[in-house]
Unconditional design. Structure first.
Length: 398
């Protein structure tokens, strides 16, 4: 399928629809993207109506739009609407899925060196409380995940494969589709953390063949902070314990009996921020209108351009590895620590972030990195902004 490139006019329009692009260069999309104005306006309008008409009354008025958010999520990841739950963030989504699994002593969880700190803490807690074993599939010398090592690692004791698709502090990707094909050969569960993926990479849960997928809204999806969602494949929902219940999650049949609802919203509670849920739906609608395939192509092109220009600057080392790379570009500056680089760039109205070792500990320790500068690109960024970043770095190095 031919992917239509972005025109200069379209980029100007998209930037005009994002107020934040006028005042600074934002290369911290892996932390939190600048939201489109329409997302902000949607949230504010809802909150204003709540204040005037009442929370329950406003929810009733917007019932159809709130329900549409589930349809938008399902469309975005090619799921059924009864397979998704709206959550506050990806950590909550991942925790609901992971802690819903019944582990026993001797069970094995397979993960990768890219696994995020929150997820590693969950694995270690399961090791401590249930006596499970953790196996880490290391990347090869080129930074690629070893599928053959994964196949060899799976045994009858393997309970779960849990991987983060894109690391917090690196520009590579895990081959989640190929991992899914391997997982389906065995009676194991498959959990994917897609918090850095959604909004920059096309994600198809049927193509991945994962059982569970955790997502947040604030990163490349350009949704508000405090939003996310969980996907749980219909056939797996009854295998997971429901950790929290209220009258939305379950129906009280009698004083002695209750029944868990039959869809993915069993992993939700009734009370949530409706304004942010609407903002999440609007952000997904915005991304789908542009086309995630188009977004992914532009992000890769801009990130490749940035890596090439950074590699041409003395004293700068780009650390991204792997055959396929994403919109996260990580580098270090010889003689200047990463927090200082971030601070100096901020003074020039350029936003980047710092990837610390604890965020992706296995990967960072293996590569002897204590911290890196993380410049993460989105489709609304421009070649001129990349040039400005590099010029700013050169001036810092003088």
């Amino acid at each position: 399928m031919e992917i239509t490139p972005f025109s200069e006019q379209e980029i100007r329009q998209l930037r005009a629809e994002t107020k934040g692009t006028a005042g600074r260069i934002h290369f911290n999309n892996a932390g939190a993207s600048l939201p489109p104005d329409v997302v902000v306006e949607t949230i504010i309008e809802y909150l204003q109506e709540e204040a005037i008409y009442g929370g329950y009354e406003t929810e009733c008025k917007y019932k159809e739009s709130l329900e549409n958010t589930y349809d938008q999520i399902a469309r975005l990841i090619n799921a059924d609407r009864d397979e998704v739950a709206i959550t506050e963030n990806a950590s909550i989504a991942w925790g609901l899925a992971f802690n819903g699994i019944t582990f026993k002593k001797g069970d094995v969880i397979i993960t990768s060196e890219f696994e995020y700190v929150t997820n590693l803490l969950g694995l270690l807690n399961a090791q401590k409380t249930h006596g499970i074993e953790i196996k880490v599939i290391a990347n090869d010398e080129h930074g690629n995940f070893s599928l053959s090592a994964l196949e060899e690692a799976i045994t009858l004791q393997t309970k779960l494969i849990a991987v983060t698709h894109i690391p917090s502090s690196g520009g590579g990707l895990i081959p989640i589709v190929e991992i899914g094909k391997i997982a389906r050969k065995h009676p194991v569960l498959y959990l994917v953390d897609a918090c850095q993926s959604i909004g920059q990479v096309p994600i198809d849960v049927k193509g991945i063949d994962c059982d569970m997928l955790s997502v947040n809204g604030r990163k490349f999806l350009r949704a508000p902070r405090g939003t996310g969602f969980l996907y749980v494949r219909k056939e797996v929902q009854d295998q997971l314990k429901v950790l929290f219940m209220d009258g939305f999650t379950a129906k009280l049949i009698s004083r002695d009996t209750y029944k868990i609802r039959s869809d993915g919203r069993r992993f939700e509670l009734y009370e949530k921020n409706r304004a942010l849920s609407l903002g999440l739906g609007k952000a997904i609608e915005y991304a789908l209108h542009i086309g995630v395939d188009r977004i992914w192509k532009r992000v890769q092109e801009l990130a490749g351009l940035m890596r090439g220009q950074l590699e041409g600057i003395d004293r700068i080392t780009v650390h991204d590895m792997g055959d396929q790379k994403c919109g996260i570009v990580t580098f270090s500056v010889n003689g200047i620590d990463s927090p200082s680089v971030k601070s100096k760039l901020a003074a020039k109205q350029i936003n980047v972030s710092v990837g610390v070792a604890s965020s992706t500990m296995i990967y960072m320790n293996k590569n002897h990195l204590t911290s890196v500068v993380r410049a993460s690109i989105h489709y609304y960024n421009t070649e001129e902004e990349i040039k400005a970043l590099c010029e700013a770095l050169v001036s810092i190095l003088k």
